[in-house]
Design a protein around this ligand. Structure first.
Ligand code: SF4
Ligand code: MG
Length: 317
């Protein structure tokens, strides 16, 4: 079947001081199935947000391709892009920045309905009531302003706004990392509920493995702009194949923040190490790791053949 969204060999560049170019995303490929949740995990600065922004058309694609329902986005005429934009919505990290302080919640929720010319105006209240219920909020919030809402309520409004145009896919970049633990749990529950109710697929970006673990069907692990492991979430969490994923999981099981079990900081993406990008921090690095960049190897084939567990590490060759 054609994936809902496919990223093929994507490269995203940022301009760096001194006219240098930084490869924020370097040869990343992903496939997102209809109605599924794909988690992308990695430490901050690994290129997760750049990946999300390129998929949304907010950052230029330096190389590679993006396909939405089999159509290459970079070649779509601007007219068709409008349909794409309706179909792919987003929720970003900080709801305080994404909701206009001068608009009531009702005005905020009417925006996408007007923008995408969804139904007649008389149908708007019904549509708004339906998504508000889906995110677990009542209509008494409609005449309030964002500053009268808690962080968790604001993020659920952002989720409601993303759901209103009936998207196929919501790209959620660190959707709960600005929230306290109980608000996090409620937003996570609402993402799960929205997927079930509306069949919406999610690309869920987080540095927090616990968040990914609660929601994702499939997971991709990024390090320094590259994918190092991907596969069904059950499999990757039960039998992580890449030393980096193993370190992240070990850190998450302890009390430290994800990544804290790793020695030192990730190298600068401006000067990525030669060979395996992880070799400067890898507890299992071998001679060849600093010279040869490993390709992807199959770590395990899923029984139903839906998703393959892939790892990029010389230990598997
Ligand atoms: Fe570690 Fe070498 Fe595997 Fe890279 S290729 S993760 S350095 S063992
Ligand atoms: Mg980020």
């Amino acid at each position: 079947a054609t994936p809902l969204f496919e990223v093929r060999d994507l490269r995203v560049e940022h301009a760096a001081p001194g006219g240098q170019k930084l490869n924020a995303v370097n040869g990343v490929s992903l496939r997102l199935r209809e109605g599924s949740i794909l988690g992308v995990v990695g430490e901050s600065g690994c290129g997760k947000s750049s990946l999300a922004r390129a998929m949304l058309g907010l950052l230029p694609v330096a190389a590679g391709s993006l396909f939405y329902r089999g159509q290459e986005l970079t070649t779509l005429a601007s007219r068709r892009r409008r349909g794409t934009q309706r179909g792919i919505q987003h929720v970003f990290q900080d709801p305080a920045n994404s909701l206009s302080p001068r608009r009531t919640i009702r005005q905020t929720l009417e925006e996408p309905l007007a923008l995408y010319r969804m139904a007649g105006r008389d149908e708007w209240p019904g549509r708004i009531a339906r998504v508000l219920e889906a995110v677990g909020l009542g209509s008494e919030l409609l005449d309030r302003y964002p500053n009268e809402l808690s962080g968790g309520q604001k993020q659920r409004i952002a989720l409601a706004r993303a759901l209103l145009p009936d998207p196929d896919l919501i790209i959620a970049d660190e959707p709960v990392s600005s929230l306290d633990v109980s608000a996090q749990a409620r937003v996570i529950e609402r993402i799960r509920h929205a997927r079930k109710t509306f069949g919406t697929a999610f690309l869920l970006i987080s540095h927090d493995l616990a968040v990914i673990r609660q929601l994702a069907d499939d997971v991709s692990v990024m390090y320094l702009g590259r994918l190092v492991e991907s596969g069904p979430a059950d499999r990757v969490f039960a039998e992580p194949a890449h030393p980096y994923t193993q370190a992240l999981l070990a850190a998450a099981r302890g009390n430290g923040a994800p990544g804290s079990g790793l020695k030192g900081e990730p190298p600068s993406p401006l000067t990525p190490p030669p060979g395996c990008v992880f070799h400067t921090r890898c507890p299992r690095a071998m001679d060849r790791c600093s010279r040869l960049n490993p390709g992807f190897t199959v770590a395990a084939q899923d029984d139903c053949g839906a998703q393959t567990h892939l790892v990029r590490c010389h230990l598997w060759n």
